[in-house]
Design a protein around this ligand. Structure first.
Ligand code: MN
Length: 296
Protein backbone atom coordinates (compact mmCIF):
# COMPACT_ATOMS: atom_id res chain seq x y z
CA UNK A 1 0.00 0.00 0.00
CA UNK A 2 1.23 3.43 -0.66
CA UNK A 3 1.78 4.90 2.82
CA UNK A 4 1.12 8.35 1.32
CA UNK A 5 -2.54 7.47 0.86
CA UNK A 6 -2.99 5.69 4.16
CA UNK A 7 -4.94 7.47 6.88
CA UNK A 8 -6.75 6.67 10.08
CA UNK A 9 -10.12 8.33 10.44
CA UNK A 10 -12.40 8.09 13.48
CA UNK A 11 -15.89 6.68 13.02
CA UNK A 12 -18.83 8.75 14.18
CA UNK A 13 -21.51 7.38 16.46
CA UNK A 14 -25.11 7.02 15.39
CA UNK A 15 -28.24 5.42 16.82
CA UNK A 16 -29.79 2.58 14.82
CA UNK A 17 -32.85 0.80 16.20
CA UNK A 18 -31.93 1.59 19.80
CA UNK A 19 -28.28 0.53 19.40
CA UNK A 20 -25.31 2.86 19.31
CA UNK A 21 -23.16 2.12 16.27
CA UNK A 22 -19.72 3.25 15.09
CA UNK A 23 -20.16 4.48 11.52
CA UNK A 24 -16.79 4.00 9.77
CA UNK A 25 -18.17 4.81 6.30
CA UNK A 26 -19.06 7.14 4.71
CA UNK A 27 -16.49 9.70 5.83
CA UNK A 28 -16.65 13.33 4.82
CA UNK A 29 -13.57 13.01 2.65
CA UNK A 30 -13.90 9.33 1.88
CA UNK A 31 -17.36 8.43 0.61
CA UNK A 32 -16.47 5.01 -0.78
CA UNK A 33 -13.83 2.28 -0.67
CA UNK A 34 -14.35 0.44 -3.93
CA UNK A 35 -18.14 0.11 -4.04
CA UNK A 36 -18.36 -0.13 -0.22
CA UNK A 37 -20.23 2.98 0.86
CA UNK A 38 -21.43 2.34 4.41
CA UNK A 39 -20.07 0.49 7.45
CA UNK A 40 -21.91 0.39 10.79
CA UNK A 41 -20.11 -1.51 13.54
CA UNK A 42 -22.58 -2.48 16.27
CA UNK A 43 -21.78 -3.93 19.71
CA UNK A 44 -20.53 -5.90 21.43
CA UNK A 45 -23.51 -5.21 23.61
CA UNK A 46 -25.56 -7.36 25.92
CA UNK A 47 -29.19 -7.72 24.86
CA UNK A 48 -32.08 -9.06 26.89
CA UNK A 49 -34.70 -11.47 25.63
CA UNK A 50 -37.24 -8.65 25.42
CA UNK A 51 -35.08 -5.83 24.01
CA UNK A 52 -32.52 -5.74 21.23
CA UNK A 53 -32.13 -4.25 17.79
CA UNK A 54 -35.47 -3.28 16.29
CA UNK A 55 -35.59 -1.51 12.96
CA UNK A 56 -39.04 -1.51 11.40
CA UNK A 57 -39.77 -1.78 7.68
CA UNK A 58 -37.79 0.76 5.65
CA UNK A 59 -36.82 1.02 2.00
CA UNK A 60 -33.53 0.86 0.11
CA UNK A 61 -32.51 1.58 -3.45
CA UNK A 62 -29.28 1.43 -5.44
CA UNK A 63 -27.35 -0.61 -2.91
CA UNK A 64 -26.79 -4.01 -1.37
CA UNK A 65 -26.99 -4.53 2.40
CA UNK A 66 -24.43 -6.99 3.75
CA UNK A 67 -25.07 -8.02 7.35
CA UNK A 68 -22.43 -9.98 9.26
CA UNK A 69 -22.73 -10.97 12.90
CA UNK A 70 -19.79 -11.97 15.05
CA UNK A 71 -22.11 -12.92 17.91
CA UNK A 72 -25.86 -12.81 18.47
CA UNK A 73 -28.83 -13.09 16.15
CA UNK A 74 -30.90 -10.74 13.99
CA UNK A 75 -34.13 -11.59 12.19
CA UNK A 76 -34.34 -10.26 8.62
CA UNK A 77 -37.68 -9.90 6.83
CA UNK A 78 -38.12 -8.26 3.45
CA UNK A 79 -40.65 -7.35 0.79
CA UNK A 80 -39.59 -10.34 -1.32
CA UNK A 81 -41.11 -12.57 1.37
CA UNK A 82 -37.81 -13.59 2.94
CA UNK A 83 -37.73 -14.34 6.65
CA UNK A 84 -34.22 -15.28 7.69
CA UNK A 85 -32.47 -15.57 11.02
CA UNK A 86 -28.91 -14.23 10.73
CA UNK A 87 -26.41 -16.16 12.87
CA UNK A 88 -22.64 -15.81 13.30
CA UNK A 89 -20.69 -17.02 10.28
CA UNK A 90 -23.61 -16.52 7.88
CA UNK A 91 -23.86 -13.79 5.28
CA UNK A 92 -27.10 -11.92 4.71
CA UNK A 93 -27.11 -10.04 1.42
CA UNK A 94 -30.01 -8.04 0.03
CA UNK A 95 -29.83 -6.30 -3.32
CA UNK A 96 -32.17 -3.33 -3.56
CA UNK A 97 -31.88 -2.30 -7.22
CA UNK A 98 -34.82 -0.02 -7.99
CA UNK A 99 -36.47 -0.69 -4.65
CA UNK A 100 -36.98 -3.10 -1.78
CA UNK A 101 -37.93 -2.86 1.89
CA UNK A 102 -36.93 -4.86 4.93
CA UNK A 103 -36.97 -4.97 8.72
CA UNK A 104 -34.19 -5.93 11.09
CA UNK A 105 -35.59 -7.39 14.29
CA UNK A 106 -34.60 -8.75 17.64
CA UNK A 107 -35.53 -12.47 17.49
CA UNK A 108 -37.93 -13.35 20.29
CA UNK A 109 -36.24 -15.19 23.10
CA UNK A 110 -32.68 -14.35 22.14
CA UNK A 111 -30.56 -13.01 25.01
CA UNK A 112 -26.81 -12.57 24.98
CA UNK A 113 -24.12 -10.63 23.22
CA UNK A 114 -24.87 -8.86 19.93
CA UNK A 115 -21.87 -7.85 17.82
CA UNK A 116 -21.43 -7.33 14.11
CA UNK A 117 -21.25 -5.01 11.16
CA UNK A 118 -23.64 -3.89 8.48
CA UNK A 119 -22.10 -2.85 5.20
CA UNK A 120 -23.62 -1.36 2.09
CA UNK A 121 -22.33 -1.79 -1.43
CA UNK A 122 -23.24 0.85 -4.02
CA UNK A 123 -24.62 -0.76 -7.16
CA UNK A 124 -23.13 0.26 -10.50
CA UNK A 125 -25.19 1.91 -13.24
CA UNK A 126 -25.61 -1.49 -14.94
CA UNK A 127 -27.66 -3.00 -12.08
CA UNK A 128 -28.91 -0.17 -9.87
CA UNK A 129 -32.24 0.16 -11.69
CA UNK A 130 -32.78 -3.61 -11.70
CA UNK A 131 -34.91 -5.98 -9.64
CA UNK A 132 -34.32 -6.62 -5.95
CA UNK A 133 -33.05 -9.95 -4.69
CA UNK A 134 -32.04 -11.65 -1.47
CA UNK A 135 -29.52 -14.32 -0.61
CA UNK A 136 -28.33 -15.95 2.57
CA UNK A 137 -25.05 -17.86 2.55
CA UNK A 138 -24.46 -20.18 5.48
CA UNK A 139 -21.30 -21.75 4.07
CA UNK A 140 -18.59 -19.25 3.18
CA UNK A 141 -15.08 -20.16 1.96
CA UNK A 142 -12.24 -19.88 4.46
CA UNK A 143 -8.51 -19.40 4.06
CA UNK A 144 -5.97 -20.38 6.71
CA UNK A 145 -3.05 -17.98 6.95
CA UNK A 146 -0.17 -17.72 9.39
CA UNK A 147 -1.73 -16.21 12.53
CA UNK A 148 -5.15 -15.66 10.95
CA UNK A 149 -8.26 -17.28 9.60
CA UNK A 150 -9.96 -15.39 6.79
CA UNK A 151 -13.62 -15.87 5.86
CA UNK A 152 -14.42 -14.57 2.39
CA UNK A 153 -17.75 -12.72 2.57
CA UNK A 154 -17.79 -11.29 -0.94
CA UNK A 155 -15.37 -11.58 -3.84
CA UNK A 156 -12.15 -13.52 -4.24
CA UNK A 157 -9.32 -13.92 -1.75
CA UNK A 158 -6.43 -16.37 -1.43
CA UNK A 159 -7.62 -18.46 -4.36
CA UNK A 160 -11.20 -18.97 -3.20
CA UNK A 161 -14.36 -17.13 -4.21
CA UNK A 162 -17.51 -16.38 -2.23
CA UNK A 163 -20.76 -17.35 -3.94
CA UNK A 164 -22.25 -13.99 -2.90
CA UNK A 165 -23.51 -11.82 -5.72
CA UNK A 166 -21.21 -8.95 -6.63
CA UNK A 167 -21.96 -6.30 -9.22
CA UNK A 168 -18.49 -4.73 -9.31
CA UNK A 169 -14.90 -5.80 -8.59
CA UNK A 170 -14.73 -5.87 -4.81
CA UNK A 171 -13.76 -7.97 -1.84
CA UNK A 172 -14.89 -8.25 1.78
CA UNK A 173 -13.06 -10.49 4.25
CA UNK A 174 -13.60 -11.25 7.93
CA UNK A 175 -10.30 -11.80 9.75
CA UNK A 176 -9.85 -13.66 12.99
CA UNK A 177 -6.30 -12.73 13.95
CA UNK A 178 -4.06 -14.36 16.52
CA UNK A 179 -0.70 -13.30 18.00
CA UNK A 180 1.84 -12.83 15.24
CA UNK A 181 2.05 -11.31 11.79
CA UNK A 182 -0.14 -12.22 8.86
CA UNK A 183 0.34 -11.19 5.26
CA UNK A 184 -2.75 -10.91 3.10
CA UNK A 185 -2.40 -11.16 -0.67
CA UNK A 186 -4.52 -8.37 -2.19
CA UNK A 187 -5.39 -7.08 -5.65
CA UNK A 188 -3.21 -4.04 -6.50
CA UNK A 189 -6.05 -2.61 -8.62
CA UNK A 190 -8.12 -2.28 -5.44
CA UNK A 191 -8.15 0.37 -2.76
CA UNK A 192 -8.55 -1.14 0.71
CA UNK A 193 -9.69 -0.22 4.20
CA UNK A 194 -9.66 -2.04 7.51
CA UNK A 195 -12.34 -1.85 10.21
CA UNK A 196 -11.31 -3.46 13.50
CA UNK A 197 -14.19 -5.04 15.43
CA UNK A 198 -12.26 -6.26 18.45
CA UNK A 199 -8.69 -5.93 19.75
CA UNK A 200 -5.87 -3.94 18.22
CA UNK A 201 -4.28 -4.44 14.80
CA UNK A 202 -1.07 -2.85 13.55
CA UNK A 203 -0.95 -2.37 9.78
CA UNK A 204 2.76 -2.86 9.07
CA UNK A 205 2.45 -1.86 5.41
CA UNK A 206 1.03 1.58 6.29
CA UNK A 207 3.63 3.14 8.58
CA UNK A 208 2.71 0.77 11.42
CA UNK A 209 -0.75 2.29 11.74
CA UNK A 210 -2.37 1.15 14.98
CA UNK A 211 -6.07 0.40 14.48
CA UNK A 212 -8.71 -0.16 17.16
CA UNK A 213 -12.54 -0.30 17.02
CA UNK A 214 -14.12 3.05 16.14
CA UNK A 215 -11.94 3.92 13.17
CA UNK A 216 -11.62 3.46 9.45
CA UNK A 217 -8.07 2.64 8.42
CA UNK A 218 -7.82 3.59 4.75
CA UNK A 219 -4.91 1.75 3.16
CA UNK A 220 -4.76 3.19 -0.36
CA UNK A 221 -4.17 1.08 -3.46
CA UNK A 222 -1.39 -0.27 -5.63
CA UNK A 223 0.23 -2.88 -3.39
CA UNK A 224 -0.14 -6.64 -3.65
CA UNK A 225 -0.10 -7.41 0.05
CA UNK A 226 -1.19 -6.07 3.43
CA UNK A 227 0.70 -7.15 6.55
CA UNK A 228 -1.02 -7.07 9.92
CA UNK A 229 0.45 -7.67 13.37
CA UNK A 230 -1.53 -8.57 16.45
CA UNK A 231 -0.65 -9.28 20.06
CA UNK A 232 -3.38 -11.42 21.57
CA UNK A 233 -6.51 -11.77 19.49
CA UNK A 234 -8.34 -9.45 17.15
CA UNK A 235 -11.26 -9.44 14.77
CA UNK A 236 -11.38 -7.17 11.72
CA UNK A 237 -13.00 -6.73 8.33
CA UNK A 238 -10.94 -5.87 5.26
CA UNK A 239 -12.87 -4.12 2.49
CA UNK A 240 -11.55 -3.46 -0.98
CA UNK A 241 -12.47 -2.79 -4.54
CA UNK A 242 -11.77 -0.93 -7.74
CA UNK A 243 -12.44 2.77 -7.05
CA UNK A 244 -16.17 3.23 -7.72
CA UNK A 245 -17.22 4.25 -11.24
CA UNK A 246 -19.00 7.47 -10.23
CA UNK A 247 -19.55 9.75 -7.25
CA UNK A 248 -22.62 8.57 -5.40
CA UNK A 249 -25.33 10.53 -3.68
CA UNK A 250 -26.43 8.93 -0.43
CA UNK A 251 -29.38 10.15 1.65
CA UNK A 252 -30.98 8.13 4.45
CA UNK A 253 -31.36 4.59 3.05
CA UNK A 254 -31.01 5.49 -0.59
CA UNK A 255 -28.05 5.56 -2.96
CA UNK A 256 -28.43 7.45 -6.22
CA UNK A 257 -26.65 9.91 -8.50
CA UNK A 258 -29.15 12.79 -8.67
CA UNK A 259 -31.21 14.57 -6.02
CA UNK A 260 -34.37 14.06 -8.06
CA UNK A 261 -34.01 10.28 -7.69
CA UNK A 262 -33.86 10.60 -3.89
CA UNK A 263 -36.80 13.06 -3.85
CA UNK A 264 -38.90 10.60 -5.84
CA UNK A 265 -37.94 7.63 -3.60
CA UNK A 266 -38.81 9.62 -0.44
CA UNK A 267 -42.23 10.62 -1.72
CA UNK A 268 -43.02 7.17 -3.14
CA UNK A 269 -42.07 5.38 0.11
CA UNK A 270 -44.04 7.87 2.20
CA UNK A 271 -47.06 7.45 -0.09
CA UNK A 272 -46.93 3.66 0.30
CA UNK A 273 -45.98 3.01 -3.32
CA UNK A 274 -45.82 -0.60 -4.59
CA UNK A 275 -42.28 0.12 -5.70
CA UNK A 276 -40.82 -0.88 -2.32
CA UNK A 277 -43.22 -3.77 -1.73
CA UNK A 278 -44.61 -4.78 1.63
CA UNK A 279 -42.60 -6.22 4.53
CA UNK A 280 -44.69 -8.28 6.93
CA UNK A 281 -43.38 -7.22 10.32
CA UNK A 282 -44.86 -6.54 13.76
CA UNK A 283 -42.79 -3.34 13.84
CA UNK A 284 -43.99 -0.02 12.52
CA UNK A 285 -42.99 1.25 9.09
CA UNK A 286 -40.34 4.02 9.29
CA UNK A 287 -41.24 7.18 7.36
CA UNK A 288 -38.54 8.67 5.12
CA UNK A 289 -37.17 12.03 6.30
CA UNK A 290 -36.98 14.83 3.75
CA UNK A 291 -33.47 15.01 2.28
CA UNK A 292 -31.22 17.79 3.66
CA UNK A 293 -31.53 19.92 0.51
CA UNK A 294 -35.31 20.22 0.80
CA UNK A 295 -35.48 20.89 4.56
CA UNK A 296 -36.19 24.42 5.68
MN1 MN B 1 -31.83 -1.49 6.07
Amino acid sequence: MSPDDAELRPSRTADVGGQTVRRALPQRHRRTVGAWCFADHFGPTSVRADAGIDVGPHPHMGLQTVTWVVSGEILHRDSLGSEQLIRPGQLNLMTAGNGVSHSEEHPSGFAGELHGIQLWVAQPESTRHGSPSFEHLSDLPRVELAAAEATVLVGEFGGVVSAARRDSDLVGIDLHLRTGTCTLPVDPRFEHALVVLEGEVVVLTADSMRVTPGNLAYLGSGADEVSLAVAGEARAVLLGGVPFEAPILMAWNFVARERSEIDRAVSEWNAGSERFGHTASPLGRIPAPQPPWSRR
